[in-house]
Write a protein of this length. Structure first.
Lengths: 401, 259, 620
């Protein structure tokens, strides 16, 4: 799909939103979408809305392979075992042609493992874990979102340009946190061998004892801090840190902190001057991205989050794969996804044949306060393709199929 | 006469309190021996030491010539000592027969067996024992619905399951109607006579004691103050003093206050 | 030195909310003997209510008024819960109320989501207390100092209320002897309601007070629950000074843990708990459990008999129907049935110790997840074939049960339950934080069956044979001398001991057997899902099994299995709806109130009353 038809689609969708949706014929192409709609509602809802927007556009433009595209949304309660059961149901009873979804990496990994075993195709849309495409990667799993490694590498690149030498890290004590810190350390040490990591703090996920963590960070007197905490942990960390002055005179590099999902709940207490990855939807000027933001706001009377963007791109990816494959057969789809190229609101992306990781990038910028709200300023979009390890390294990490 | 049970200098103190002090006595084969004394005299402490639930501070207990020092309730039971409780302890969720069968299963060392059906094991033997205590017709009733007197008799059947040579009965007739008391003690006396079992029991009801006991021991403040036949005890001035500060041991008013 | 003092102060400030929630739980338990699982939910409500009030009431006065009001409002919500949900079930077997409170958790979760939405709320800062005070050069937030002052004040006020007022006398008397207070003419049900108000108000106060240090979110309820249980158990159930000391101990050690062992923050708390309980089984200030406070109070269980010919025919027919499922059921029906079968075996294993042994375990997931992890670790690190892994899973879980049982069985009743919970949480935190081996929450993946068993149908048959076999084996064991001895130990440990039965060893063996069977279920589970994650060891998984056993009926042999089928079936249907937790919660509460004997027990009584079943001559 080129830029022009892409914009036409958007216009069509806007018209549709006003006119209301026609009832679809029975014969649709069904996609099984599994997510934690209940347990992580604040993240899953914008994602779902992104999907719905894209579906309306795709179907208004005539669907895919002559049929409307349909998503079956199912809640897995955030439990991997439950997700596996639902995946089976979607594939064997509901007639889904492939699976997508999940935010939590562990659920994504569980479905990915099922996909390889049962030969179902799975597009891991939002989970960040590197192992989904690397250590536990398999032939039937692809991943859309900018992975942990890629985002950490972008921040490490920014950090390498500063004078800071002594680094402290704080990350939730679970797989995502560990991967992020590991990637940040690896890339930063490569770029700037004289850096030193003076302390590593590992609060339990969503059980942070922020006062104690901040004291421990302060004690090590770092030049800069790498932060991976998010959600309620982030809110508590920012508040305690600001109160106790741990951020004074130090640059903080924050994974995901600039995403509206995380930044907005902080309201006027959003930290200033942090270098973060995120999604400055309010500022985008690029045509495609602006069109997406406008369509989204027109459709839902709400602004897009990063999840909305990922949900939207999930549909585009699946649509592109179906069209390229010309079939809904798993093997054909799998072949189509390998090396699949498509245009998205953030520009062209490729699903790399070597590890099935999409080259979706991320926005890196500095946080600031504007009208009592945290925003990203001085941001640039970094293409994900530039922040991946070498092919040899990737091949070494990925098990042979 | 063969000595079944013998204690020498049995003592127990809890901190500074001497609950039992230097108690020595013997129990012969086929003897029905009562241990009496006012509340707090140390009867229960004595019993608990005999059954191995309490460790004596000093003194020894000999059963059929074997020293019981350091043995727990289960081992003492295995050496042929049966016991009934002041407050009955039965298995409320089982039938009457199963209560007895459980003791038989334990006696035959098959507690951990998981193959046979428990309710079929040793049922005949259990029915015999229930017949002995006059409960054969209630064998398949739910234990939880039994009258108190029946529970007492059931407990007696349980205690007899492993054919003990010694039976320790703690207040066997407590909480029973007078007629039931006499019946139960008569039953006990019959068992002693027919099977040669020796019985040591504690009792508040002096009617029961004087009607059935072969011999009586009196405990006061942890010490054995008298040991003799019913006649000797009845006329022993120390016993009179302990119980009534001088009166007679046959005071109906006193008895009902006890019950 | 300054750093040390600062850490100490942080720990003491953290202890505030923890103490308030814990003291509320402790108070409620002391008087009503209810272990209120929903206490974390009241804490969460306190935060949300306080947050909303602070949006309306401005300034410093508004801030503190909001906190107080939040406590009162949450207390009143507690009163509603007590009157509507708990009053009808006070007469039910003890610990049955647990299930009702679990239903309350589900209801409150969904109602909170409905009212306040999914987004986390960041609490406002306390007006006038936003800055820091420098103590020996270390910055200490002013609000921390405020908390430091408030907590002892609340503790003292509580202490005064309990020890110096008439209400307190009644509460203490009720803690000692409920019947006696009733006999003295005190309206017991209003005393319970009053205590529930106080306990919930304390939880709400705790939730509102922590707002400036965090906020309100939907995960708060479970997040604080484990910590609160730990505090209450370390302090001693029902003891207020104990709760205070334990809250301080946990919080202060937690703060130092963050500095000196940052990777093991979760493990630390449970290690402390296990250590304290091993030295002082009833907590620092607890009193030994009074005999008889098990899950078996009330109407005694009926005698059991092996199934008659008629029942055997029905079961055989049902099994035949299951066995023929691949002929008429869809592939997904097989997957779903496999799930249910595995869950039933898990529930039946818990039922074995809970129903027959009266041993209420709050941590049975340790063995289910343990078995699953044993199998998964073997496959991951030793390339063990499925057949061997599935054999070693129950062995591993059984070994774990032998070790855990050895420690836990020194206690009885609620303390036993809490200690099992502590061990399962310890295991969970180990698996969660020992990422090098267990891969933490990324779990162990690609644990699939051997090729001969990888088809859905074959695996269904494998599960059918193993689960039904396991359940029948447990059922047979119940009828064997071993099962009888287990019941004997529960009914009268004194008599059992006096007739040569080593009750502790019987219970220990039963605990190990139940653990092994749960491990077997876990082994089947991991190969059916292809992966395992720490949440299979979580408290929620233990509760699942517990609820199933209670719902099915503790005092009936079929309780575990029937409850398992019912709950999994209902869940499969309900989870398709948006507010399924609300529906499930209400359903659980209704079942608890209408069927206090569990599904099987109540169905049997109904059948007897309507003449479908013969009433045994003895049960009146």
């Amino acid at each position: 799909m080129n830029r022009k038809t892409f914009l036409k689609g958007l216009a069509g969708a806007a018209a549709l939103a006003v006119a209301g949706l026609p009832a679809f014929a029975q014969d649709t192409i069904k996609i099984g979408e599994i997510n934690h709609y209940k347990r992580m509602a604040a993240f899953a809802e914008p994602y779902k809305m992104g999907i719905e927007l894209a579906l309306e556009e795709v179907n208004a433009a005539g669907g895919v392979l002559g049929k409307p595209l349909e998503f079956i949304f199912r809640d897995d309660q955030g439990e991997p075992g439950e997700a596996i059961k639902i995946a089976e149901e979607l594939m064997t009873r509901d007639g889904a042609v492939m699976l997508t979804g999940t935010i939590l990496s562990n659920v994504g990994l569980a479905i990915s493992s099922l996909a390889a075993e049962k030969k179902y195709l799975y597009l891991a849309s939002e989970p960040l874990a590197d192992s989904i495409v690397w250590a536990s990667g398999n032939d039937y799993t692809f991943r859309l979102r900018t992975s942990t490694y890629m985002q950490a590498a972008m921040l490490a690149e920014a950090a390498a340009k500063s004078d800071a030498v002594r680094y402290a890290t704080i990350a939730p004590n679970y797989a995502y946190g560990k991967e992020a810190v590991e990637a940040f350390k690896k890339v930063l040490t490569t770029l700037k061998p004289d850096v030193e990591f003076v302390t590593e703090q590992w609060p339990a996920l969503f059980k942070i004892d922020a006062g104690a963590e901040v004291q421990a960070l302060e004690r090590s007197k770092p030049d800069a801090i790498f932060n991976v905490t998010f959600g309620t942990d982030l809110a508590k960390f920012v508040r305690e840190g600001t109160t106790r002055g741990v951020f004074d005179g130090r640059t903080v590099y924050g994974m995901l902190t600039g995403e509206p999902e995380y930044l907005d709940p902080l309201a006027d207490e959003a930290p200033e001057g942090w270098i973060v990855t995120g999604y400055p939807w309010y500022d985008v000027t690029d045509d495609a991205n602006k069109a997406f933001v406008d369509a989204y706001q027109a459709r839902f009377n709400d602004y897009p989050r990063i999840g909305s963007l990922v949900g939207y791109m999930t549909v585009l990816s699946i649509q592109a794969a179906l069209e390229k494959a010309g079939s809904t057969e798993t093997e054909a789809l799998k072949a189509a996804f390998k090396g699949l190229e498509l245009d998205t609101p953030v520009g062209p992306i490729t699903y790399r044949a070597i590890d099935h990781q999409a080259t979706m990038g991320a926005f890196v910028g500095t946080t600031a306060l504007k009208d009592g709200k945290g925003v990203m300023v001085d941001w640039t979009y970094k293409d994900g393709a530039d922040y991946l390890p070498t092919d040899e390294e990737v091949a070494k990490m990925r098990p042979a199929n | 006469m063969t000595i079944v049970l013998e204690t020498k200098g049995l003592s127990k103190s809890f901190g500074a309190i001497k609950a039992v002090l230097d108690v020595s006595f013997v129990l012969h084969k086929a003897e029905l021996l009562a241990m009496i004394g006012p509340n707090g005299a140390g009867k229960s402490t004595c019993f608990n030491m005999l059954m191995g639930q309490l460790k004596p501070s000093a003194g020894t207990v000999w059963l059929n010539g074997q020293n019981l020092a350091g043995l727990g309730p289960r081992q003492i039971w295995r050496m042929g000592v049966g016991r009934t409780f002041q407050i009955t302890g039965t298995y409320a969720s089982m039938t009457v027969a199963e209560n007895v069968q459980m003791a038989l299963i334990s006696h035959h060392g098959r507690v951990f067996s998981i193959l046979p059906y428990a309710h079929r094991l040793y049922r005949d033997r259990a029915l015999d024992l229930l017949a002995l205590v006059g409960m054969a017709d209630q064998a398949d009733r739910h234990c939880a619905v039994l009258a108190y007197g029946d529970l007492k008799r059931l407990e007696l059947a349980i205690a007899l399951a492993h054919e003990p040579s010694l039976l320790l009965m703690d207040e066997p007739t407590a909480g029973m109607a007078p007629r039931e008391r006499i019946a139960l003690m008569q039953l006990t006396a019959d068992i002693v006579r027919d099977r040669g079992v020796s019985v040591l029991f504690t009792e508040h009801d002096m009617d029961v004691v004087f009607a059935h006991a072969h011999r009586v021991m009196v405990l006061n403040r942890g010490q054995l103050i008298a040991d003799g036949t019913v006649e000797q005890i009845r006329t022993d001035p120390r016993v009179q003093e302990v119980y009534l500060g001088g009166g007679t041991l046959f005071n109906p008013a006193e008895e009902s206050a006890d019950a | 030195m300054g750093f040390f003092i600062a850490q100490l102060l942080t720990g003491l400030a953290n202890a505030g909310a923890l103490f308030m929630v814990a003291s509320g739980l402790s108070l409620i338990f002391g008087v009503t003997r209810i272990v209120n699982f929903a206490h974390g939910s009241f804490y969460m409500l306190g935060a949300y209510v306080g947050y909303s009030l602070m949006q309306v009431l401005p300034g410093m006065v508004g801030f503190w008024t909001s906190i107080l009001l939040a406590g009162v409002i949450v207390g009143l919500i507690g009163v509603i819960v007590e009157i509507c949900v708990l009053r009808p079930v006070y007469r039910a077997p003890e610990l049955f109320q647990l299930v009702a409170t679990f239903g309350v958790i589900l209801v409150i979760q969904d109602l909170t989501l409905m009212i306040w939405g999914a987004e986390d709320k960041l609490g406002p800062r306390a007006p006038g207390l936003a800055g820091v005070v420098r103590i020996m050069g270390e910055p200490i937030p002013k609000y921390d100092l405020a908390l430091l002052a408030i907590t002892p004040f609340v503790a003292l006020a509580l202490w005064y209320l309990i020890t110096r007022t008439r209400v307190g006398v009644l509460v203490r008397a009720a803690t000692q002897d409920r019947e006696m207070v009733g006999a003295l003419g005190v309206n017991q049900s209003w005393l319970f309601t009053g205590v529930f108000f106080l306990g919930c108000a304390l939880a709400g106060l705790g939730g509102a007070l922590q707002l400036p240090k965090g906020g309100a979110d939907l995960l708060m309820d479970f997040n604080i629950l484990t910590a609160v249980f730990v505090v209450v158990v370390i302090g001693g159930m029902g003891s207020l000074p104990g709760a205070y000391l334990a809250a301080v101990l946990i919080s202060v050690l937690g703060v130092f843990g963050v500095t000196y062992m940052p990777q093991s923050t979760l493990v630390l708390m449970f290690v402390i708990m296990v250590l304290v309980l091993m030295v002082r089984p009833y907590g620092l200030f607890g009193r030994p459990e009074v005999a008889g406070e098990h899950g078996q109070v009330g109407e005694p269980e009926r005698p059991i008999k092996p199934a008659g010919a008629q029942v055997r025919m029905i079961v055989a027919a049902g099994l035949a129907l299951l066995g023929l499922m691949p002929l008429y059921g869809s592939s997904f029906a097989l997957v779903l049935t496999t799930d249910i079968l595995i869950f039933c075996l898990f529930a039946a294993s818990l039922h074995f110790i809970l129903g027959l042994g009266g041993l209420v375990s709050f941590g049975h997931a340790a063995f289910f997840g343990g078995g699953a992890y044993v199998a998964a670790l073997l496959v991951t690190y030793a390339d063990t074939p499925m057949e061997l892994a599935m054999l070693l899973a129950p062995l591993g879980a059984g070994m774990a049960a032998i070790i855990i049982g050895w420690v836990c069985l020194r206690l009885t009743g609620v303390y036993f339950a809490m200690l099992t919970l502590a061990f399962s949480q310890l295991l969970w935190s180990l698996v969660f934080q020992w990422g090098e081996v267990t891969r933490g929450d990324d779990g162990l993946v690609n644990i699939w069956p051997s090729s001969w068993a990888s088809g859905t149908t074959v695996y269904f048959y494998l599960s059918l044979v193993i689960c039904v076999g396991g359940i029948l084996f447990l059922r047979h064991a119940a009828h064997a001398p071993f099962g009888y001895a287990l019941r004997a130990a529960r009914d009268s440990a004194r008599q059992a001991e006096a007739t040569g039965i080593n009750t502790k060893r019987v219970q220990w063996a039963a605990f190990a057997l139940a653990g092994a069977m749960a491990g077997l279920a876990g082994g089947l589970f991991v190969f059916s899902k292809g992966s395992v994650f720490p949440n299979e060891l979580e408290i929620a998984r233990s509760f699942d099994a517990l609820i199933v056993v209670f719902l099915g009926g503790v005092k009936t042999l079929a309780g575990g299995v029937v409850g398992g089928v019912a709950l999994e079936g209902v869940k499969d249907v309900l989870t398709r709806f948006e507010y399924w937790r609300l529906a499930l919660g209400v359903l659980i509460i209704v079942v608890v109130i209408l069927a206090p004997d569990g599904l099987v027990g109540t169905a049997r009584k109904l059948a007897e009353r309507t003449g479908l079943l013969r009433t045994p001559e003895d049960s009146k």
